[in-house]
Design a protein. Structure first.
Length: 722
């Protein structure tokens, strides 16, 4: 035994590593070089520089003291050390996009490449947070540089919605947001009246101090049992920061607004109460913010009026009511409810252009020839009287039958609308017609059916005259001083050429060829929209085509609108539900009164805010649709559906089911017949052994095998795809 021990000792001595002093010093130096301004304790230096054995730590500490002696680093009062370099420790600033549990991207403005960050290097930053990130020298993940988050500049949110699980000594909340990969720890005394499986709103009180480093929160509102319609819709509202109700003082302010239209006010306006006027809206609409009038002129032309609720008359600038409208900026249309920008007293009452009621309006009047040429125009405040409220279905019936009250006026407008549309397309407008869905709900909000929304001539008639008014108001202001006057425009930049090329490759997978030269974009996209109409790939390609385009925004810059092919465009026609339209009304009247251009800065901020609120509303609306789709598909589990592959990623294949327009995912982990590899360049998944290929546009059969209301996801599996 003794001999054996001796042999072991000899073996240990032979394999004992010799300390590489240069490597130790380099690791310590790199730590301070890459983290200028950041302080480390001795223990942290050992850990971060990878110094584990006693000799390495001793040499590392000696080197730290040498650096301190020569002035490269300095020792703080608490004994920690930091570099004396003045370069910012945090490096670049950007926003976290936490794409999955393993890693995130930090998207930095002005940088060509996003920075790849491992989840453990996020430093408890979450999706949407603005952070500082230090790029690691020479480290890359594929084509992207790798980095470490060094500072959280600002939190995207401090309130979350999720499902609570209550344990004997603590509770935790699993956030609904699929990009949040942490649970929130809650002490028992902070859960309020919540019960296990309730949906709750939780406010973060401490980002660092919970169980397993989870943030600590407090339940501020119980939304209801998970899965129930009210709880889930309220969860969506809370997730996107949408208001549940108007503050009481705002409601009280609105209730005091005068309803009666005075004779003095009528005298200040153009009186159009005797002109034939009507509204055309969805059958479930409650607020009517636009009406159309028709008057036949002796010279054979027509005077067509687009009349818009004069919200600015009631919404005094800087008032309590106005501040609430600014904050909301837009109405939000969820599947089962509307979250209005204005209290009901205004939106459904005093401002709404209800039939058989006199209303204060802001009008755009046009003398139009039978060939839809604009001969004269007038803009100003009016008083109007709506003779009739039409639903789209009622207006469409008059177009198709040529009979019924006001059928002559409606058919005249429809004919002019077709001519106006033809002229728009001749000048390069693009005809995006995305397929939208509507739900048939029972009294509890449960979906009984999903149907595509139909857009017929009656819808397009109204749309065309609203576009005309918006365009002409913008041109009128721009032409006064060639765009030098402060105004609110709705702009849409030309599409990015690289994104167009990517879309063309995508469309080619479906057998469609696109020419993407600058002068051909409009024509080729319109040809594509015509070709795919009624085909299985219609919704997929239309949706992707829109995502390929730049986003329309509100701005004070007098640029054009690519999609509509208008040199100048604004939003004038919906002030009940959009705050930018209120600003447009105010500015238009300001200039009609002959006043000078106001300072632009305040309007720039309001435009930016309105664009952000518009995006929030669209995201919330999509979330509510997705929730109802998932809820509906719960009833369809284990039933096959025909579908089309709408997306391919390394972790799964997205399939849109043709019948319901619902999208789900076949996860790669469930494709057990082979090992499938993702081919990013060709948008496909290929079996390593059997060479079976799943690519964009493939028609497939899938079965719903799971739904998750909380995450709003649908899990699918392929069936009979040999």
């Amino acid at each position: 035994m003794a001999k054996k021990k001796k042999d072991n000792r000899r073996h240990i001595n032979r394999t004992k590593k010799v300390l590489n002093i240069d490597a130790v010093r380099r690791q310590v130096a790199d730590l301070f070089d890459e983290s200028p301004g950041e302080a480390f304790t001795v223990k942290q230096i050992f850990s971060k520089a990878g110094l584990r054995d006693k000799q390495a730590k001793k040499e590392g500490l000696n080197f730290v003291l040498d650096l301190e002696q020569e002035g490269t680093i300095e020792q703080m009062r608490n004994g920690s050390f930091r570099s004396r370099k003045t370069q910012p420790a945090e490096g670049l600033e950007g926003v976290v996009d936490h794409v999955n549990r393993r890693f995130a991207y930090v998207i930095c403005e002005g940088q060509d490449e996003d920075i790849w960050v491992k989840s453990e290097d996020l430093g408890n930053a979450i999706d949407g947070d603005r952070v500082r990130v230090r790029v690691k020298k020479g480290a890359r993940n594929g084509s992207r540089p790798e980095g470490v988050v060094t500072k959280i500049v600002s939190r995207a949110r401090t309130e979350f919605v999720g499902k609570i699980e209550i344990m004997p000594k603590y509770a935790f909340i699993v956030p609904d947001n699929r990009k949040i990969y942490i649970d929130i720890f809650v002490y028992p005394e902070k859960i309020g009246k919540a019960k296990t499986n309730d949906k709750v709103l939780v406010k973060i009180k401490d980002w660092h101090g919970g169980k397993q480093k989870s943030p600590v929160g407090q339940v501020t509102e119980v939304l209801g049992q998970a899965g129930e319609n009210e709880a889930e819709i309220h969860s969506i509202m809370a997730e996107f920061g949408l208001p549940f109700r108007f503050p009481k003082n705002v409601e009280a302010f609105a209730e005091k607004l005068p309803v009666e239209i005075t004779k003095d006010e009528i005298k200040k306006r153009r009186d159009l109460r005797q002109v034939t006027t009507f509204t055309i809206d969805p059958d479930d609409a409650k607020d009517f913010d636009d009406a159309i009038s028709v008057e036949y002129l002796k010279n054979g032309n027509y005077e067509i009026g687009i009349h818009i609720a004069d919200v600015s008359y009631y919404l005094e600038e800087k008032s309590l009511l106005d501040e609430e409208a600014v904050n909301r900026a837009t109405s939000v249309y969820l599947v089962d409810r509307t979250i209005p920008m204005l209290p009901e007293k205004l939106s459904n009452g005093v401002c709404s252009l209800r039939p058989k009621e006199e209303k204060l309006t802001f009008s755009a009047m046009f003398e139009i020839t039978p060939k839809a040429q604009i001969k004269n125009q007038w803009f100003g405040r009016t008083v109007t009287y709506s003779d009739r409220r039409f639903t789209y279905e009622e207006a469409q019936e008059r177009i198709e039958s040529g009979a019924g009250d006001f059928h002559e006026e409606i058919n005249l407008l429809n004919g002019l609308a077709h001519l106006l549309k033809a002229e728009r397309f001749k000048k390069g407008a693009i005809g995006f017609e995305t397929v939208e869905v509507k739900f048939k709900l029972d009294e509890n909000g449960k979906p009984l059916g999903i149907f595509p929304k139909e857009r017929k001539d009656a819808h397009k008639l109204v749309e065309e005259f609203m576009l005309l008014a918006n365009k002409k108001v913008a041109e009128f202001i721009y032409n006064k001083h060639k765009g030098k006057d402060t105004f609110v425009y709705r702009t849409h930049d030309d599409p990015d050429p690289e994104r167009l090329v990517t879309f063309a490759k995508f469309a080619a997978k479906f057998g469609h060829r696109l020419k993407v030269g600058a002068e051909q974009v409009s024509d080729t996209l319109n040809t594509l929209m015509d070709d795919i109409h009624g085909k299985p790939e219609q919704n997929v390609l239309e949706s992707l085509a829109i995502r390929t385009m730049s986003k329309a925004i509100y701005t004070t810059e007098p640029k054009g609108h690519f999609g509509l092919a208008f040199p100048h465009y604004t939003h004038f026609t919906s002030p009940i539900r959009r705050y930018p339209d209120v600003m447009v009304h105010r500015l238009l009247q300001h200039y009609l009164d002959g006043k000078p251009s106001p300072n632009e800065d305040a309007y720039k901020d309001l435009c930016r805010h309105s664009s952000e609120r518009e995006k929030r509303a669209a995201d919330a609306e999509r979330a509510s649709i997705k929730f109802k789709q998932v809820e509906f598909m719960q009833m369809a589990e284990k039933r096959p559906f025909e579908g089309i592959i709408s997306g391919v990623t390394e972790w799964g294949i997205f399939v849109e089911m043709t019948e319901t327009k619902c999208e789900g995912m076949v996860r790669t982990s469930t494709m057990t017949d082979d090992f499938y590899e993702f081919d990013e360049k060709n948008f496909c998944m290929i079996g390593k052994r059997n060479k079976r290929m799943f690519t964009l546009g493939d028609q497939v059969t899938v079965m719903v095998v799971g739904t998750d209301i909380d995450r709003r996801t649908i899990d699918l599996e392929f069936v009979d795809n040999d």
